[in-house]
Ligand binder design. Structure first.
Ligand SMILES: C[S@@+](CC[C@H](N)C(=O)[O-])C[C@H]1O[C@@H](n2cnc3c(N)ncnc32)[C@H](O)[C@@H]1O
Length: 180
């Protein structure tokens, strides 16, 4: 008799900035980077919902003193393997850069259409990520990120938008800015 099995596939909700990007780019082929890839859950959503030519996945997968998030700073090897497994189907479009975000940009030889910041959420890291990756963004590209309710993220975002006189967007836990 044929064995019958029920498989459970956990789907992670699509982030609001990714939804915005899907409508904004409307099937255009884009080049993307995610800072802080962890187990690849958001990266998978982006690969499934956006027409991605290439995605740079930036994460040191390394525990360090300034990073205190329990789940992500432990089991770093396991997290990397988990991302590789989850994104295997898209291996011809994914480029892993196992470095800290303030170094990783040097290994991206092109300008990007969509950049998603979700690495270290402490103020000095987020502010630096915004400044560095804004420069890597194409005109009309989108800089976005997660966890706007974190004090380090909201402070950086408010300052960045004010200093550069930009048009901010916030919805649910995500923020984003279109580069004019
Ligand atoms: C919240 S998790 C990212 C979750 C992932 N974006 C998702 O939604 O599926 C944060 C990740 O940022 C990484 N990280 C921490 N500090 C970083 C840094 N300075 N540069 C790049 N990544 C960093 C951690 O290793 C961790 O995997």
């Amino acid at each position: 008799m044929k064995k019958f099995e029920i498989g459970i596939v956990i789907k992670y909700p699509l982030r609001t900035s990714v939804k915005f990007a899907r409508n904004y780019f409307r099937g255009k082929e884009i080049v993307v980077a995610e800072i802080g890839t962890y187990k690849g859950e958001n990266a998978l959503n982006m690969l499934e919902k956006l027409k991605i030519k290439r995605i740079y996945l930036i994460d040191p997968y390394e525990a360090y003193g300034d990073y205190k998030e329990d789940t992500a700073s432990k089991n770093t090897d396991k997290n990397f393997k988990s991302a590789k497994r989850r994104l295997k189907k898209y291996s011809n479009r994914t480029i892993y850069i196992k470095k800290f975000s303030d170094e990783a940009w040097k290994f991206i030889p092109e300008e990007l259409d969509f950049i998603y910041l979700d690495g270290n959420h402490e103020y000095k890291y987020v502010k630096k990520d915004m400044e560095i990756y804004w420069k890597k963004l194409k005109k009309e590209g989108i800089l976005a990120g997660h966890d706007i309710s974190w004090p380090g993220v909201s402070k950086s975002f408010c300052e960045f938008v004010q200093e550069k006189d930009l048009n901010p967007n916030i919805q649910a836990m995500d923020w984003w800015i279109v580069k004019k």
